[in-house]
Design a protein around this ligand. Sequence first.
Ligand code: GDP
Length: 205
Amino acid sequence: MNIRLGDCSKGNASCIECMILFKPVLLGYPFILLAIYIIPFLIFYTMYRIFVKCTYLCGVILKINSYMSNRTFTMIKPDAVRAGNIGNILQMINAGGFRIVAMKYTRLTLDQAGKFYEVHKERTFYGELTEFMSSGPIVAAILEKDNAVADFRTLIGATNPAQAAEGTIRKKYAASIGENAVHGSDSDDNAKIEADFFFNGLERF
Ligand code: GDP
């Protein structure tokens, strides 16, 4: 082919100017532009949106998780209230690094105590437990701290005060396995259920 250098502008097949400019522009460039810029841009933009959405969702999930694992629920039981130990126990809770999010001085009916301890319905001590828990006022509270559930279980000690470690609340203030001064949630899920049993959203700070 006898190629000439840019002396026409009519798409002449033998004109190098036509070959470089007009033909690709008219036929090839839109597809090349599409392939090189637009499609990757669309892919990148879509992935970016998915990433942003995922990050947002992960943030929400992490926030919910951290909310739950930072809080626990407690009750100062009727025996400790009767013995005048509300102040002493609250002082230990504060000294343990817990922040009080909500607190209530109240008394459970037998029916409410039964519902709260429903998980123990089949246990032999269920009747004794619900009667004891409804026998006088209690202090219910939501507590906040990193690793709240586990740290509070450590602070209160074993269910049976005879086996509780020295310096724990139950070791100091509980008399027996049944009348053991304080309750502490045993999991994040139960902490939420138990907190919701006593407090609505307007009662938490
Ligand atoms: P906690 O998580 O350490 O409070 O222990 P559990 O969840 O096992 O039991 C709930 C509550 O039931 C205890 O805190 C006690 O008040 C009571 N309880 C547990 N075991 C016995 C028992 O053998 N006899 C009686 N009377 N009460 C018990």
